[in-house]
Write a protein that binds this ligand. Structure first.
Ligand code: 2P0
Length: 300
């Protein structure tokens, strides 16, 4: 194997993913709903995979242990096993997150996309972007979208093996220079991880099935709004998808409430600015931060 380094950028969903397909093997990590995102140039992960005497994983200079470490090795195993029958060589994985980790800023998206690309190169696998997206999804659902820049759609698909659950680019970043302003409302790691939260919502939230059933119309409407470069239309869908997902989370037993007082403050500040004519639209993920979709100042 070679030594390889890859950079992947984080992405924020404009139409959200929350929930996994109940009929599929957990290892495939197939989403119950499609999603549509915007890749961010300002938040990224840089990962190096190199041969070593034993497996190790370090993040921002610190050795990582436990479940996150095991998820990284399992990901290396599945990439290696896709092309080899021999045991996987031991690897040193070194990652630097140029963004807060596990705080609702999609560090697992850039993390698993960078790991997939670095390991695929290190293992000399000749993978298409579709295959890179498919492998990234097995690491983390949102990572499937970080293989591409710009606006990206990931359909849930129907195939039992997940081969039709692969992200595809809809438009490049330069085609429509929107901005996403991140309002960081608190510091620290989120209280409920996405994977366990999704499972709890599927099991207990009365709004889960309506959330799943209505996702496709939001995806199609958001794609049409992107094609039309219509920000008010896209913004309305973005806010609807966000608040519908958070309603589903809040109705979970016990409730999953990622919001902090500052989150609601930021939402109302954006809405007040909109009354004054600013085209800003809010979204929130599995964390307390508020992201504001708006036009580039240069293009106003
Ligand atoms: C998203 N989130 O579409 C949504 C919005 C959180 C809220 O993708 O279990 O870390 O690893 O597939 O990708 C976060 O979930 O979850 C996420 P797994 P992931 O961006």
């Amino acid at each position: 194997m070679k030594t390889a380094t890859a950079t992947a950028h984080s992405n924020i969903a404009l139409v959200k993913y929350w929930g996994k397909r109940a009929d599929a093997p957990p290892a495939l990590n197939l989403p119950a709903v499609g999603s549509l995102s915007m890749t961010l140039d300002g938040l990224r992960t840089v990962t190096t995979v190199a041969a070593a005497g034993s497996d190790s994983f370090s993040l921002d200079g610190e050795a990582v242990s436990g479940k996150p470490e095991q998820k990284v090795y399992a990901h290396l195993d599945r990439l290696w096993a896709s092309a080899h029958e021999t045991p996987r060589p031991r690897c040193a994985v070194t990652s630097i997150n140029h963004l807060p980790t596990a705080a609702g800023l999609a560090s697992s998206a850039s993390g698993f996309a960078a790991l997939t690309m670095a390991a695929a190169t290190a293992f000399e696998l000749d993978l298409t972007t579709a295959r890179l997206s498919e492998f990234s999804r097995m690491g983390s659902g949102s990572a499937a979208r970080s293989i591409f820049g710009g606006f990206v759609r990931l359909d849930a698909g129907e195939a039992a093996d997940g081969r039709d659950c692969v992200a595809r680019p809809l438009a490049g970043a330069e085609d429509w220079p929107l901005r996403l302003v991140v309002v960081q409302t608190t510091r620290g790691v989120k209280p409920v991880g996405s994977t366990e939260g999704m499972q709890a919502s599927r099991d207990t939230s009365p709004y889960y099935q309506p959330w799943v059933d209505t996702s496709i119309q939001d995806l199609d409407a958001a794609q049409a709004a992107i094609e039309a470069r219509d920000l008010p239309r896209l913004g309305a869908i973005v806010e609807h998808s966000c608040f519908k997902m958070h309603a589903c989370m809040m109705a979970t037993v016990p409730p999953i409430v990622y919001w902090k007082p500052a989150s609601l403050g930021a939402i109302h500040a954006v809405w007040a600015a909109r009354e004054e004519g600013l085209h800003g639209y809010v979204t929130m993920d599995a964390g307390p931060h508020v992201k504001v979709l708006c036009l580039s100042l240069i293009h106003i």
